[in-house]
Ligand binder design. Structure first.
Ligand SMILES: Cc1cc2nc3c(=O)[nH]c(=O)nc-3n(C[C@H](O)[C@H](O)[C@H](O)COP(=O)(O)O)c2cc1C
Length: 192
C-alpha cells in the first residue's frame, strides 16, 4: 500500500543511490526515463538533484512543465527500467511497450509509475536555468513523498527500509551497459 512520507524524511528514500525513474508530463503526454544520477541535496525544504540530458524527451517535458516525479523502481521492473532508459518517448509509447501502469500524483502534474518502492513529487527550482544548460542538472524541491509499506516500515513514517524486503522488491543500482547490482542484506549500526 502506498503511504505518505513526511517531507523532512523524504531524503531517506533515495539515500542509498538507487536507479530512479523520472516521469514528467506536458500537454497531455506522459513520459518516463531511467536516471542513475540522482541525489538528495538538502533537508529543509527538502531538495534533490537529477541529471536529465539535453535531447531527451523527458527534458523537453520538464523544461515545459517544471515538474517531475522521481521514483525508486524494484528489481521486478528491471527490464522496464533498462528499456525506458534505452529508447525515447519521442518514438515510442513506453507505457505500452514496457507494460507500465501509472497513477495521478497528489501535487504535481506528472504521473506516478505504479509498482515502485517510493515516489518523490518534485518542482524544478526556479532561477537555475544556467545549471540546467551547463550541467543538465535539475535541482528540485520535493513537495510530496510516498513509500510502499511492503518495502518501507509504516511504523517509522514509511521512511525506514524494512528488514524483510522480498528479493523482487529490492532497489537496483546501475553499473554500466545493462549491468545492475541489486540491494542486498539490510544491516543496522548499533544506534540505527
Ligand atoms: C540505468 C540507466 C541510467 C540512466 N541514467 C541517466 C541519467 O542519470 N541522466 C540522463 O540524462 N540519462 C540517463 N539515462 C539515459 C536515459 O534514460 C535515456 O536517454 C532515455 O532514453 C531518455 O528517454 P526520453 O527521450 O524518453 O526522455 C540512463 C539510462 C539507463 C538505462
Amino acid at each position: 500500500m502506498r503511504i505518505p512520507v513526511p517531507l523532512d524524511k523524504s531524503w531517506r528514500l533515495i539515500n542509498h543511490g538507487p536507479v530512479v525513474l523520472v516521469s514528467a508530463s506536458h500537454a497531455g503526454q506522459d513520459n518516463v526515463m531511467a536516471a542513475a544520477w540522482c541525489m538528495a541535496l538538502d533537508f529543509k525544504p527538502p531538495k534533490l538533484a537529477v541529471v536529465i540530458a539535453e535531447g531527451t524527451h523527458t527534458r523537453t517535458l520538464v523544461d515545459a512543465s517544471r515538474q517531475l516525479v522521481i521514483q525508486v523502481p524494484p528489481r521486478a521492473l528491471l527490464d522496464a527500467i533498462d528499456g525506458v532508459g534505452n529508447c525515447s518517448g519521442r518514438d515510442v509509447d513506453k507505457w505500452a511497450r514496457f507494460g507500465l501502469a501509472r497513477e495521478r500524483a497528489s501535487v504535481v502534474d506528472a504521473p506516478l509509475v505504479s509498482g515502485c518502492n517510493a515516489w518523490l513529487e518534485c518542482r524544478v527550482i526556479a532561477g537555475e536555468d544556467a545549471i540546467h544548460a551547463r550541467y543538465d542538472l535539475f535541482p528540485c524541491e520535493i513537495v510530496a513523498a510516498w513509500a510502499d509499506d511492503a518495502v518501507y516500515d509504516a511504523h517509522h513514517d514509511g521512511a525506514r527500509l524494512r528488514d524483510d524486503v522480498p528479493p523482487a522488491r529490492r532497489a537496483v543500482h546501475h553499473v554500466a551497459g545493462g549491468v545492475y547490482v541489486v540491494d542486498g542484506e539490510v544491516v543496522r549500526a548499533r544506534a540505527g
